[in-house]
Design a protein around this ligand. Structure first.
Ligand code: LLP
Length: 416
């Protein structure tokens, strides 16, 4: 294990023998989340932003083990749905440290959030549309309110995760003071401003992040409402490629502070990936090997239903063979068991010549891994094991074929 809390944990840093033992005990595919690493990531992030409030973006990994760990470490929670809100409260986050960020919220989500806000007046609700403000008012909402601004600048690892520009999120910065005033007139307790540039910000996108913060700072100076906090979103990237550098957090923090100069409000940040990505690996077993021209195709038991990021965004995840013996390397494509040609975990990898029964580890699976897993092809989702020191515990059981038809089998009972 890595006790140092270094800013990057590479896939190579995981102990192969430990991972083989986990696969042998719990089967594959298997998500492994190391809670000690989650704590280290939180401590480093919170250390870089010493007087900020840190909210974990639950969407990155909503597992109860992760939420409990971060709640105990002192984090708050940013929730994007009624389900995430329910999970955050269930995991023990103090409602005062919980934000619900409504995005075109279905009526049931708003009903639920308003009920929770009435029960727990310390909860903060963030909205990014006039319609959402009206729909909150229709429900008698009078709680803590934060406005999401569309900053007009985006960032992130790909166009598909840029939220700050030409995307559906937030009200245009030019309308922000008017919407804030309207919310206050309706009796909302206006406490904050919010924006999120995108997900996976790297060292060469710190400017974009800073521009987003500057836009928020402008709105904060413009409004005559006293704000408690300015929430600059998440998006702090982690290296996925073996040779990529860690994000310079100190620099991000310094630029964030500089952009907020003169704004009398607490800073809030919402990291998701940064806290959990390198705390997780996905273990998968090779069951089929084909040699096609210069490429070897390794068919594994995990694929796009287990980790969709490569298929969905073309994302790179490191892949490592956990075989103990020495073998010559080959050019390998690792593919999954789904009937789709995009069902690829990695292409063009230099890996020890694969053989049936080999165990592979896929890195950075702790963020947006199990959260984005699906049952496509009627494939049950894998188990999750939480590591904590010498402890390994199944925190989410492997689904079975019965889980695949559960919603149909219980269709006549809406609350099985
Ligand atoms: N706050 C808000 C309002 C967000 O929309 C997001 C991410 C976050 C915080 C956390 O972002 P993070 O720190 O994890 O980058 N499925 C994609 C990522 C989409 C994230 C959407 N919003 C992926 O696998 O890369």
């Amino acid at each position: 294990g890595d006790a140092s809390g270094a800013s990057v944990r590479r896939l190579a840093d995981w102990d192969a023998e430990d991972l083989r033992a986990l696969a042998a005990e719990f089967g594959t595919p298997l998500y492994v989340d190391d809670l000690a690493r989650v704590r280290q990531n939180y401590a480093r992030l919170a250390g870089a932003f010493p007087d900020a409030e840190v909210l974990f973006a639950v969407k990155a990994n909503a597992g109860r083990h992760v939420l409990r760990t971060l709640a105990a470490a002192g984090a708050g929670a940013e929730c994007a749905s009624a389900g995430e809100l329910a999970r955050a409260l269930d995991a023990g986050f103090d409602p005062a440290d919980v934000h619900y960020t409504a995005v075109n919220p279905p009526a049931e989500d708003l009903d639920y959030a308003c009920r929770i806000a009435a029960e727990h007046p310390a909860l903060t609700v963030t909205a990014g549309a006039r319609d959402t403000v009206e729909r909150l008012a229709e429900r008698g909402f009078a709680g803590r309110f934060c406005l999401r601004v569309h900053p007009g600048v985006g960032a992130g690892h790909s166009e598909s995760v840029s939220t700050g520009k030409d995307a559906k999120f937030g009200v245009p910065a030019a309308d922000a003071t008017a919407v804030l005033a309207d919310a206050a007139e309706r009796g909302f307790d206006v406490v904050g401003l919010h924006a999120h540039a995108g997900s996976g910000i790297t060292n060469d996108q710190i400017e974009e992040h800073e521009a987003v913060v500057s836009t928020l700072a402008d709105v904060a100076r413009e409004t005559d409402l006293a704000l408690e906090f300015v929430d600059v979103g998440g998006g702090f990237g982690v290296p996925y490629r073996e040779d990529e550098d860690a994000l310079d957090l100190e620099r991000v923090a310094a630029r964030t502070r500089a952009a907020l100069d003169g704004v009398d409000a607490t800073l809030t940040v919402e990291p998701g990936r940064y806290l959990v990505a390198d705390a997780g690996v996905l273990l998968t077993e090779v069951n089929t090997v084909k040699r096609v021209g210069d490429t070897t195709i390794a068919g594994a038991d995990a694929g796009m239903t287990t980790l969709v990021r490569p298929a969905m965004y073309g994302s790179y995840h490191p892949i490592r063979s956990l075989v103990a013996e020495e073998r010559a390397t080959e050019n390998v494509s690792v593919v999954g068991p789904v009937c789709e040609s995009t069902d690829v975990l990695g292409e063009d990898r230099d890996l020890p010549a694969p053989e049936r029964g080999d165990l592979l580890a896929v890195g950075n699976a702790g963020a947006y891994g199990v959260e984005m897993a699906s049952q496509y092809n009627s494939r049950p989702r894998p188990a999750v094991v939480a590591l904590d020191g010498d402890d390994a515990e199944v925190v989410r059981r492997r689904e079975t074929l019965a889980d695949v038809t559960l919603a149909e089998d219980t269709a006549s009972d809406p609350y099985p």
